[in-house]
Design a protein around this ligand. Structure first.
Ligand SMILES: *Cc1c(COP(=O)(O)O)cnc(C)c1O
Length: 361
């Protein structure tokens, strides 16, 4: 028998979650964010599940080329734009839409000799202070882009730092963005607008604009700390499943795993699951992390090893070698595992290791 660890990817759940995004932002087009190997689910696999989206967003020309090679003619946005002048010919050939986030990128684009005009997104830093032009530079850069022979359509975009934090929200950044639209070469309504990630899409309709950019919600996980994907009507796309490969009885006072971190307070049954940190399961998830054995909720025990982890079989007395285990996904929100590891669902999903077998359902 092969090692039983499998990530099951539910393509119908992707389509369902895209429908939830559409219902929440009915007047916007949807740019499905499938960077980071489709948030760990597989780039071309998720593109298939999300082919009903109006466009795709990725990071690299290489990812975009894979999508074009698989026959997708959707608009494809490069979220970090181009990294070097050399990439522009390929970006034009593949009809990709780069984000322009620095003034010097606009200058490089203006000097290039391209086979046709590129549609671009001009990114404005409205307060996150990561990528984007400072608002004061927007008017000048827009004016030069508008007269460039290499530039076709221009969409104005920004990104929110705190759309998932109810106490901060998006109001201040939205106000900065709107002030940029009033600049001399802006003109309210003159350009399509793209602002909202999953959190803003779900919580702030006033931020929707022409293109929304959902990522995490499409995979069935919540962008909010206080709610799971299920609370939002989303379906988990990835279910990480394995089996017990050993069952043993330990006595009160005996320990489980490296560092003897878990010590039994009474005699108990312990299971060993084929899944460890080299599979992408977080090592920082300590004793007590939720896990399902035979569909029953129980907890992990001790430190996560490279290839294995321990589970408490007290709630599942009939469990045996071969009993099915769910590490996250259907029946166990990945968000609940993430919280135990001091991280977020995004990190767990994108960290799924290449060695894990993937099956589509
Ligand atoms: C990753 C990303 C998104 C998607 O964010 P989620 O929180 O996953 O919805 C949207 N916009 C930009 C610019 C991004 O980098």
């Amino acid at each position: 028998m092969t090692r039983p660890l499998t990530a099951r990817i539910d393509l119908a759940a992707l389509a369902h979650n895209l429908g939830v995004a559409r219902a929440a932002a009915p007047r916007s087009r949807i740019l499905a964010v499938i960077k980071a190997n489709g948030y760990g689910h597989g780039l071309l696999r998720v593109a298939r599940g999300l082919r009903g989206a109006d466009g795709f967003a990725v990071l690299s020309v290489d990812e975009a080329a894979q999508l074009r090679g698989a026959g997708y003619s959707h608009p494809i946005v490069l979220l970090e734009g181009f990294f070097h002048l050399d990439e522009l010919a390929e970006i034009a050939r593949l009809r990709l839409r780069p984000v322009i986030h620095r003034a010097d990128q606009a200058e490089i684009l203006a000097r290039a000799h391209l086979e046709h005009r590129l549609d671009i997104l001009l990114k404005i830093d409205t307060g996150m202070h990561r990528l984007g032009l400072p608002p004061a530079r927007v008017a000048a850069v827009l004016a030069s882009l508008r007269t460039s022979p290499n530039v076709g359509g221009i969409t104005l975009m920004s990104h929110f730092a705190c759309a998932d934090e109810p106490s901060i929200g998006v109001a201040d950044q939205l106000a900065v963005f709107q002030s940029c639209l009033l600049c001399p070469s802006g003109g309210e309504g003159a350009y399509p607008v793209s602002l909202a990630n999953s959190a803003a899409l779900l919580r702030y309709p006033e931020s929707h604009g022409d293109w929304v950019r959902p990522g995490i919600m499409l995979y069935g996980a919540s962008p909010f700390a206080e709610q799971t994907g299920a609370d939002l009507g989303l379906l988990p796309v990835m279910t990480l499943e394995s089996r017990l490969i050993a069952v043993r009885r330990i006595r009160k006072g005996e320990a489980v795993g490296y560092g003897a971190h878990f010590v039994a307070e009474r005699d108990m049954n312990v299971g060993v699951v084929a899944c460890g940190y080299a599979d992408g399961y977080p090592r920082h998830a300590g004793t007590g992390t939720p896990i399902l054995v035979e569909g029953r909720l129980t907890r992990t025990l001790g430190r996560v090893s490279m290839d294995m982890l321990g589970v408490d079989l007290e709630p599942v007395p009939h469990a045996h070698v071969g009993s099915p285990v769910t590490l996250w996904g259907a029946g166990l929100p990945v968000e609940h595992v993430a919280v135990q590891a001091g991280t977020i669902a995004y990190e767990l999903l994108t960290a799924l290791a290449p060695r894990v077998r993937v099956e589509e359902i």
